[in-house]
Design a protein around this ligand. Structure first.
Ligand code: FES
Length: 192
């Protein structure tokens, strides 16, 4: 009698525990995809920007912040670059390098500073040299560097809207926007 009662009680208890287990299990409805919801929530908290972002920016990743922090020096450099005026004419006279330039047709070699165009240097000698726009937009002031190879080995063109690589390769230059970066010889009044 006692044994039968024990078995009945044990079975009832077991059934009750099983029923409670399943009942509790259904209380927590787990989203199908937790990670997707987290990513969407993070993306909503990240403001849009006007510049390209690293891939992980869209999910609020810390990688972007780490990259900026880690590359602080580079960031400052990039900003600095944007502010630098790369116009050779802006180089102070007392800091400008000086180069020997032979004006072949004039039969003279003169010193030309890196902040002075070949046209200006010639005009300072009172030579009557041709020009029109003085902005690299025509070809009136063209000259030919006779040392061989691309003219930009010898001069820096501040602007150049006329000469393509073939003409530069042949040694042609726009003297109104050409600043010397080396010694060389040039024939003025020579167009490609
Ligand atoms: S004068 Fe026009 S490009 Fe030099």
């Amino acid at each position: 009698m006692v044994t039968t009662l024990g078995i009945v009680l044990g079975a009832s208890l077991t059934l009750t525990m099983v029923a409670l287990h399943f009942a509790r299990g259904t209380e927590h409805a787990t989203p199908d995809d937790i990670s997707q919801k987290v990513l969407e929530r993070r993306a909503e908290s990240v403001h849009e920007t006007d510049f390209p972002e690293p891939m992980n920016r869209s999910i609020g990743g810390g990688g972007a912040a780490a990259a900026v922090g880690g590359g602080g020096a580079e960031g400052e450099l990039a900003e600095g670059d944007a502010e630098v005026d790369d116009d050779p004419a802006a180089i102070p006279d007392d800091e400008a390098e000086v180069y020997e330039v032979e004006y072949v047709k004039e039969g003279t070699t003169i010193e030309v500073k890196e902040n002075t165009t070949l046209l200006e240097a010639g005009e300072e000698q009172d030579w009557d040299l041709p020009y029109a726009c003085r902005q690299g937009q025509c070809i009136s002031c063209a000259g030919h560097i006779t040392d061989g190879g691309n003219s930009e080995q010898y001069v820096e063109h501040y602007t150049n809207e006329m000469l393509g690589e073939p003409e530069l390769d042949d040694g042609y230059t726009l003297t109104c926007v050409a600043y010397p970066v080396s010694d060389f010889s040039i024939e003025m009044r020579e167009s490609p």
